[in-house]
Design a binder for this molecule. Structure first.
Ligand code: NAD
Length: 340
């Protein structure tokens, strides 16, 4: 365990069990140099305790990097709840988790993630104020995440294709859910030709009817000749089997952990495909959660999200100058902020 903590430079790992509610929770705080750690609460089944711990450490580190490069006054943290087979009382379970969060005196602020909902956040809020994403917050970060991605696509297109507008470009979107659908709508308004895929037929029909999108099967999206491939569904989709199939010049989308491994960032670089690092381009959601928690306005959220462009431009420029892949440059920039 300590090897993994050391490798990730994790500051704190907290564990809490509660027999009555069935709570088995971990809170990982990666780094609080810039401010209190912030990051979602994930509640999913895990094959074993080690897998849960590794997920918490990996995700907390990712949040530190994301917050640092978004210029937020936050550190990175994450909570992982090992989902019980049956909840005896879901409300009581999350209220108990709220007590755990509260015991850290504000060093960690929790929010939504896979397997948790707004009503879970409401239950957490009964025990702590260190939670964002409750009903009272009116928190829907997806449109802000989409805004950041569209701005990111614009700067990538300017950098790579030397074009100031997106009109008549072709973007292939993988996953038209909460974020991908807003991106599709915004790109359509900008005159972009769209190809989309999803496993949700209703979402696809909507894209066809409203945005004149071409629909392809989930497996065919990697083969679509296009200017921008925009992953907005799953993680790990840039991998050994897909990378050779890509026929785009830019990869820029909202999905977390798009690269299966760091080496795939290098392979994109070698293939002269410009990669907008996921934890920079999709930071709009985190900016939203952080600013809402700190009682800042929607205007301020927008303003901050537009700065994603500048960070990406810096990464693209340095990547070209130094001949290093964009993901390596992004990690270096984050580490510079966190450790120097
Ligand atoms: P979502 O669940 O609403 O959308 C994901 C979409 O992908 C769904 O429509 C789903 O049907 C589709 N999908 C699932 N499997 C698929 C497959 N095999 N092929 C094609 N499509 C598939 O999630 P979201 O909130 O829109 O987030 C999308 C991605 O962006 C996720 O990786 C998420 O972690 C990341 N992200 C989201 C936010 C946010 O504000 N919501 C912020 C940062 C990052």
């Amino acid at each position: 365990m300590f090897d993994k903590i050391e490798q990730a430079h994790l500051n704190e790992l907290h564990v809490r069990c509660d027999e009555e509610t069935g709570l088995k929770a971990l809170i990982a705080i990666h780094n609080t140099r810039l401010g209190p750690a912030i990051g979602g609460c994930r509640c999913i089944p895990y094959p074993n305790d080690d897998a849960a711990m590794e997920d918490a450490i990996r995700l907390a580190k990712g949040m530190s990097y994301k917050a640092a490069l978004a210029g937020l006054p936050q550190g990175g943290g994450k909570s992982v709840l090992i989902q019980p087979k049956h909840f005896k009382n879901r409300q009581a379970y999350f209220k108990k988790f709220g007590e755990f969060v509260d015991s850290l005196n504000g060093r960690y602020i929790t929010s939504l993630d896979s397997g948790t909902s707004i009503s879970d956040m409401n239950a957490i809020a009964q025990s702590t104020r260190y939670v964002s994403g409750t009903e009272a917050d009116g928190c829907n970060p997806s449109p802000i995440t989409a805004l950041g991605v569209v701005e990111g696509i614009k700067i990538a297109v300017q950098f790579k294709l030397n074009r100031d507008e997106l009109k008549n470009l072709h973007v292939a979107i993988q996953g038209v859910g909460h974020v991908g659908m807003v991106i599709a709508e915004q790109l359509f308004k900008l005159g972009v030709k769209l190809t989309v895929t999803d496993i949700n037929q209703d979402a696809l029909k909507h894209c066809q009817q409203k945005f004149n999108a071409t629909v392809v099967s989930p497996s065919a999206i990697f083969d679509v000749p296009c200017d921008v491939f925009c992953p907005c569904g799953l993680g790990g989709i840039i991998n050994d089997t897909t990378i050779e199939r890509l026929q785009c010049t830019i990869v820029a989308g909202s999905a977390n952990n798009q690269l299966h491994e760091d080496i795939h960032g290098q392979q994109l670089h070698d293939r002269k495909i410009l990669y907008a690092p996921d934890f920079i381009i999709n930071a709009g959601g985190l900016i939203h959660v952080s600013y809402i928690h700190n009682k800042q306005s929607l205007d301020e959220i927008h303003h901050k999200t537009l700065q994603i462009k500048d960070t990406l431009n810096k990464v693209f420029t340095r990547s070209t100058q130094e001949g290093l892949s964009c993901n390596v440059i992004a990690n270096q920039l984050a580490e510079q902020i966190l450790y120097h």
